[in-house]
Ligand binder design. Structure first.
Ligand code: 5GP
Length: 211
């Protein structure tokens, strides 16, 4: 039992709009949430910034960080490492912030093993056709890369039923409100449970003291 903030894992198919939802959450409620920035051994892409999108490391630096136990979880994707730095996440949770991890399903399930109370949210598109349209409209990737991402989405469907909640991202504002609602409901559930546990513990202690 703890009074710390929630740990919220947000995963979803490439192009589904999870980054946009997370950006909205951070913009509208900056006091409540902290976004974990992952480390990666891949090179920065156009318009990406160190410390904003990722912390960029060489493979050697990344492997050194693994051996020093500085990641909560890490995964290899396309021959590159991606990992969640431990200190930042734990410190922000201690401060009472709800920490958001925008990571893949492999990472999400590793987090759930470490933190059974973590809330795992999976964002899906209304249809595969719509997902493809979003990837094309984004204009970032050539068609072969888009197909690779679609195939990866197919592989990720294996893990979706191990997530706590699934959110269909159709209309952005509606999905955002639904996401926020899910988080508030989980917060309420955890707070009520904590209060109850404190109360029942005191009562049990009281009755059993001296026994
Ligand atoms: P991209 O190279 O497109 O930025 O990211 C590739 C994949 O790595 C995405 O599915 C993204 O969610 C995932 N990813 C990003 N950071 C992390 C992390 O810290 N841990 C894990 N397990 N996956 C991550």
């Amino acid at each position: 039992m703890s009074t710390s903030g929630l740990l919220i894992v947000i995963s979803g198919f490439s192009g589904v709009g999870k980054g946009t939802l997370v950006d909205l959450l951070m913009k509208r409620y900056p006091e409540e949430y902290a976004l974990s920035i992952s480390a990666t051994s891949r090179a920065p892409k156009d318009k990406e910034t160190e410390g904003v999108n990722y912390f960029y490391k060489t493979r050697e630096e990344f492997e050194k960080m693994i051996s020093e136990g500085r990641f909560l979880e890490y995964a290899v994707y396309n021959d590159d490492y991606y990992g969640t730095p431990k200190d930042y996440v734990l410190n922000e949770m201690k401060k009472g912030k709800n920490v958001i991890l925008e990571i893949d399903a492999q990472g999400g399930l590793q987090i759930k093993k470490l933190f059974p109370q973590a809330m795992l949210l999976y964002i899906v598109p209304p249809s595969a056709k719509e997902l493809m349209r979003r990837l094309i409209d984004r204009g970032r990737d050539p068609l072969d890369e888009i197909m690779r991402r679609m195939k990866r989405s197919l592989a990720e469907t294996e893990y979706i039923d191990r997530y706590d909640k699934v959110l269909v991202n159709d209309d952005l504002e509606e999905s955002f409100q639904e996401l926020r609602g899910m988080i508030l409901a989980e917060q309420k559930r955890i707070n009520e449970l904590s209060e109850y546990i404190i109360k029942i513990r005191e009562e049990l202690l009281d009755i059993t003291k001296g026994e």
